[in-house]
Design a protein around this ligand. Structure first.
Ligand SMILES: NC(=O)c1ccc[n+]([C@@H]2O[C@H](COP(=O)([O-])OP(=O)(O)OC[C@H]3O[C@@H](n4cnc5c(N)ncnc54)[C@H](OP(=O)(O)O)[C@@H]3O)[C@@H](O)[C@H]2O)c1
Length: 292
């Protein structure tokens, strides 16, 4: 039997690393797609120390650069013809406004648009896994923070006053809407799921004032707890064939009205294709799927 292959973005710390550590224990080959290769190598060593038989590959990926995303996919294609699991985990929450190499506000660009482009570029490999493994899965690490999110096109390129919380909430809303839009478009056998990992003690809080972080930390759970859900969604038999779901490590698990709005999902999908320079999945293909 061929080993399954999973690619996790931002896998050198927090939820991504905890997920990678758990996933290699299931016998899956894990590819860590990270922007900093020394951190990626340190993560690989940590995984190999815990699971010496693990197969771990490293790929350089900066989601703030379309060029880097294309290069990463090209490098991955040189080594693999298919991909069983893609976990869109990488995320960032800077307090000051920053931009991607392509001129997008950083949280929109990294947390969402980069993952959107990456998913589409890897889709042929996910599809290629279906005849071999019977399925392929895409997982998005979303957030309950999407509840506070609004879609504001002007903010995609930072043309509005910057609020870190609103920018983060918008990016997480986009993750969830992408999950729902994708579920209505994916070819047979490829599924998509999103989840809220809970409030997790990770590097994402690095920009917070120390005292605020220490107080917040009292309410945070470990990355390992979040990783368990990611692995379950990625390879668990209970989720086989399931698509378009939204899970949460912690309750409640509300879904905002905007996130559920199919017209807005489709608007965001088409807009994101335009912004990332791809065709996207044709509506005709979606119609065929629905009718068959
Ligand atoms: N922590 C929480 O309470 C919480 C709650 C809800 C959702 N989430 C989501 O969970 C996901 C994982 O976050 P975490 O909490 O585990 O935080 P984390 O420890 O900071 O991990 C984030 C990962 O994303 C990577 N990353 C950041 N910018 C990147 C870029 N431009 N290109 C590629 N990788 C990039 C980081 O790399 P570097 O190490 O190089 O920075 C790091 O590996 C995020 O999507 C976050 O929004 C977290």
């Amino acid at each position: 039997m061929m080993k399954k292959i999973a690619l996790i973005t931002g896998a050198n710390s927090g939820i991504g690393l905890a997920t990678a550590l758990d996933l290699v224990r299931t016998g899956v080959t894990v590819c860590l797609a990270c922007r900093n290769m020394s951190k990626a190598e340190a993560a690989r060593q940590q995984i190999l120390q815990a699971v010496p038989t693990a197969t771990v590959e490293l790929y350089q990926l900066d989601l703030a650069s379309f060029e880097s995303i294309h290069q990463m996919v090209a490098a991955f294609k040189q080594n693999h013809k298919c991909l069983d699991v893609l976990i869109n985990n990488a995320g960032i929450a800077p307090l000051n406004q920053q931009f991607t190499q392509n001129g997008f506000e950083l949280q929109f660009g990294v947390n969402y648009l980069g993952a959107f482009l990456l998913t589409h570029l890897l889709l042929p490999l996910l599809e290629a896994a279906v005849p071999v493994s019977g399925e392929a899965r895409i997982i998005h690490v979303a957030s309950i923070a999407h509840m506070l999110g609004q879609l504001n096109e002007a903010s995609f390129c930072g043309k509005t006053p910057y609020s870190p919380a609103s920018a983060y909430a918008q990016s997480k809303l986009c993750n969830l809407m992408f999950n729902f839009a994708l579920a209505r478009r994916l070819p047979k056998g490829v599924t998509t799921q999103a989840f809220h990992p809970g409030g997790v003690d990770s590097e994402i809080w690095r920009d917070l004032p120390r005292l605020v972080y220490l107080l917040l930390r009292l309410f945070l759970i470990s990355p390992e707890r979040a990783g368990i859900m990611a692995v379950d969604l990625a390879v668990g038999s209970a989720h086989k064939g399931e698509t378009g779901g939204y899970y949460s490590v912690q309750w409640p698990r509300p879904i905002s009205r905007i996130a559920r709005d199919i017209q807005k999902q489709d608007w965001l999908y088409d807009k994101s294709c335009e912004l990332s320079g791809i065709d996207g999945i044709k509506a005709a293909m979606y119609q065929e799927m629905v009718l068959s």
